[in-house]
Design a protein around this ligand. Structure first.
Ligand SMILES: [Zn+2]
Length: 202
């Protein structure tokens, strides 16, 4: 994708783009909050056959990374990748975190929750927990060893709900579930990888 942006900037690539009614959105590719008025507008045809440009709908080109996003009413595809990137996270952990964010952007909330659960277990082991424990034991480990902030009790209670392995039923998770666990993972990764590495580099 970086190559794409570079080739765009040195004019090797270009979109056949039109002026549109500008729309503000968070780009699902690069995460930048942009205001774009370039792209491919959606045309509305009425019963007489008259055509008008549908305001705020069509394919918008991100002003930062030049990738296209479809907008129509409340639909944005690809959607916003919830959460922020985190620095200095081990590559295998970061890949799972980024994949969880991509699932969120694709409205795949159960996928997000499952990946975040995997991530929390992996991080707990990386931070000294034993292997082959239950999800709930890993959450407790992170909490009891203060790898999460001491004021996270309510949060921890919510996260424990995602570890109900006893039922073996497939639970379809909601957007709120996905947001909750993604934010928790982001906080955990920042506190245990990004911030310590800032201190060590000084
Ligand atoms: Zn972008």
């Amino acid at each position: 994708m970086n190559t794409f942006k570079e080739e765009f900037e040195n004019k090797k690539l270009s979109w056949e783009e039109n002026d549109m009614v500008d729309v503000d959105y968070t780009c699902g590719y690069c995460g930048a909050y942009v205001s774009s008025d370039k792209g491919m507008p959606l045309i509305y045809t009425d019963f007489r056959g008259d055509q008008t440009i549908y305001r705020g709908a069509g394919v918008y080109i991100c002003t930062n990374c030049r990738m296209p996003t479809f907008m129509y009413k409340n639909i944005q595809v690809p959607g916003n990748r919830y959460g922020s990137p985190v620095k200095d996270v081990p590559v295998n952990v970061n890949d799972v975190y980024e994949e969880a964010r991509s699932c969120y952007a694709a409205n795949a909330y159960t996928g997000t929750v499952l990946l975040c659960r995997k991530l929390l277990m992996h991080v707990a082991v990386d931070l000294g927990a034993n292997e082959n424990l239950r999800f709930i034991d890993y959450v407790n480990y992170l909490n009891e060893h203060h790898f999460v902030s001491v004021k996270s009790d309510e949060w921890i209670d919510q996260i424990r709900r995602y570890g109900n392995e006893a039922t073996h039923e497939i639970e379809v998770n909601t957007m709120q579930d996905a947001q909750m666990i993604l934010k928790f993972c982001e906080m955990l990764l920042k506190m245990n990888y990004e911030y310590p590495s800032i201190a060590n580099n000084d």
